[in-house]
Design a binder for this molecule. Structure first.
Ligand SMILES: Nc1ncnc2c1ncn2[C@@H]1O[C@H](COP(=O)(O)OP(=O)(O)O)[C@@H](O)[C@H]1O
Ligand SMILES: [Mg+2]
Length: 407
């Protein structure tokens, strides 16, 4: 067996030269050095050979009868399949202009005849090394891009999970408030019922009418809470577009939050609603979640403030409808404002690591969720805030909905 056959090839080289003696000489030199060599005696043949199998490097004669080396090189560089193959020109012309042209058409090096064997080998090896390093870099770059896209997918998944957790937490807080608020009217009904029992047994002088009125008030209170809950749960499941009046959604959210006793009694609530606000196409559960998140942030910001005032405003101009939630809370330092919409940015402690009783906790997903939920409707959020005075979150909706996909 030929001993060369067992040595691995150092590279696949195409030599293009119409002078056969040159072609054979170069071929023999490179073959001796364990390169796999293919030969072409014209420019056309060189291009056809590349179509069959891509070489790692091309040694290209400049002066050839059909198409010259420059044109061959131009065609190779114009073809995405062959454009990265390094081309070394070989020519008897030792002229500065020709060398410039060789580089202009995409050549990487230039060898002039007569050449020394060691020079040819050094230049070939040099270019192959550059090519190998380039390929390695491209591969590593691709690996990095793949890794990056995997990482982005992971972050998206994780973010989605946390958004779901945030929603569940919201429902939890709501339920807690509702249960709390049911206790009062229920207590009243139970006491009244005990009194009635007593009255019936002992036939004492109790006021039937007064007791009956208290039972009714309590029952109506429970009825109202349940009605609100039912409307909300139906609307929340509605994931299609409907024409909504933001004033009504705001009022609904405030009424629901009244289930929370702190909200009901401690927060001074104000409305500045534009009665002529036109209805716009929105998804109820999305917009109600946005309002909820903004209100929750406002409540968090005011939790240890003396003045706790929450204002909901709506207004409009020619092109936009605005919804605003104002609070008299701690405000946001100027240097933090650019970050508050980033996912996971929070200035609040994580659940379980509060330093004071009742201190609000955060995940940093509330505002990010708002931005995501508003996007399909062309909705945007802006914020004005002063430390120690409070914040105003302003949501704007274009009157002409940009999203044709919803119409
Ligand atoms: N009304 C507000 N007043 C003061 N700071 C606010 C207000 N709304 C948001 N922020 C700031 O923006 C941060 C991010 O809010 P958000 O995305 O809802 O996450 P979280 O409420 O879980 O911290 C909050 O931690 C807070 O620092
Ligand atoms: Mg929040």
């Amino acid at each position: 067996m030929n001993s060369y056959a067992e040595k691995p090839s150092k590279g696949n080289i195409l030599i293009v030269d119409d002078a056969l003696n040159n072609l054979n000489l170069l071929s023999a030199i490179l073959h001796e050095e364990n390169y796999h060599v293919r030969k072409a005696t014209s420019g056309q043949m060189a291009l056809a050979t590349c179509n069959v199998e891509l070489p790692d490097l091309i040694l290209l004669d400049v002066m050839m009868p059909d198409i010259d080396g420059y044109k061959v090189c131009q065609q190779l560089k114009a073809n995405p399949n062959t454009q990265t193959i390094p081309v070394i020109f070989i020519s008897a012309l030792d002229d500065a202009l020709d060398k410039v042209k060789a580089f202009e058409v995409g050549g990487v090096d230039y060898i002039t005849k007569p050449f020394q064997i060691s020079e040819v080998l050094a230049r070939v090896e040099n270019q192959l090394m550059i090519q190998r390093l380039h390929n390695q870099l491209m591969e590593q770059n691709q690996q990095l891009l793949d890794l990056n896209s995997n990482l982005e997918k992971l972050v998206q998944q994780k973010t989605q999970q946390l958004i779901e957790q945030e929603k569940t937490a919201l429902i939890g807080r709501l339920t807690q408030g509702i249960v709390h608020n049911f206790k009062n009217p229920l207590q009243t009904i139970m006491i009244c019922s005990d009194l009635l029992e007593l009255k019936i047994r002992r036939d004492t002088d109790f006021e039937y009418e007064e007791i009956n009125r208290d039972i009714k008030i309590a029952a109506i209170e429970i009825q109202q809470i349940m009605d609100n809950l039912l409307i909300k749960s139906v609307s929340d499941r509605q994931l299609s577009l409907s024409l909504l009046n933001l004033n009504q959604v705001i009022e609904q959210e405030f009424t629901l939050l009244n289930a929370n006793l702190h909200f009901k009694h401690r927060i001074n609530k104000k409305y500045k609603l534009d009665e002529n606000l036109p209805a716009i196409p929105l998804i109820y559960s999305h917009i109600s979640q946005v309002i909820h998140n903004l209100i929750n942030n406002a409540l968090d910001a005011m939790w240890d403030c003396k003045v706790q005032e929450l204002t909901a405003c709506t207004h409009q101009d020619e092109s936009y409808i605005y919804l605003e939630i104002h609070d008299t809370g701690c405000g946001i330092p100027l240097e933090d404002i650019s970050q508050i919409f980033d996912p996971f940015y929070t200035s609040k402690p994580a659940k379980g690591s509060e330093k004071q009783l009742g201190e609000p906790t955060g995940t940093g997903l509330g505002l990010y969720t708002c931005i995501e939920l508003l996007k399909p409707f062309g909705g945007k959020i802006k914020v004005n805030s002063k430390v120690g005075q409070g914040s105003q979150f302003i949501v704007s909706f274009p009157k002409a909905n940009p999203s044709g996909s919803f119409s």
